[in-house]
Design a protein around this ligand. Sequence first.
Ligand code: GLY
Length: 290
Amino acid sequence: MLAPGGEVENSSPLAQIALDSLALYPDFVAELKDISDLSIDYQRRGSVEIALNEAEAEALERRAIAQLAIGIHSESHHYEGSLSARFFPDDQLVSPRDVTAALRVACLRAGVSIREHEPVVEILDDGAGVRTEHCEYRGDGVLIAAGAWSSSLWSGLPATMPVRGHLIAYRPDRELLGPILRHGQTYLVQRSNGTLIAGSSTECVGFDRTIDERIVNEIHCRASSLFPELGSLGPAERWNGFRPRVEGGMPVVGHIEGTAIWTAFGHYRNGILLAPETARIIAESVLSVA
Ligand code: GLY
């Protein structure tokens, strides 16, 4: 999801980066498609958030007023069965799998050498390279962009906490959803290929990758209650991931003075949304330090 409408509540540095990054998305996707020759599921469908009781309706209205002040537009919307709803026309969705696949090809075509399944165990000499389990790689600098694992790579970085989230996917045989649909902690997104994804959970369980069927079932119940057509479909796929959270919620993006080390981590729930703006900030910083 590229959805500041659901993720950003008030004016903050994070809100500004989120909006700047969203604005970069159309060109970012176009360039990636062009370079990689791969398709990317990127849809500008907007999102609908519903309220089912008075308290939720008031909170949604209050949020909409605060959001308008920072440039996030929404309009009152009719959604069958809800007490009130708002439509956020600028929210978008992109497939993170498509973006990652295209980025991989774009990097390879630009001459980048990718080493997978070879975790970095140490950064050498203030950024002169890295040591992995197998060997050393030397270069002009190091960018720490290791998600929830980042802070373990260099002392003095803000601690990163993994916050596990489960997602489930359905495979309906037709298009069911228009815009992204949200209620509270539940969201539904349908990809162009029909796959409908429901999320999510927020769990502080360390780096435990176990799929918790109780949580899968709970998300399925919430998704079916939000969109009853899903009740007859069982989840076809389930997975989890670790959102990298840092105290204060602001991603750690920039240069570590006195070193050849840059950082780009701590994006918590919005890593995909914040990717283009993060890349822009890092590229600018690298060029100014070099
Ligand atoms: N980006 C949505 C989530 O983290 O659940």
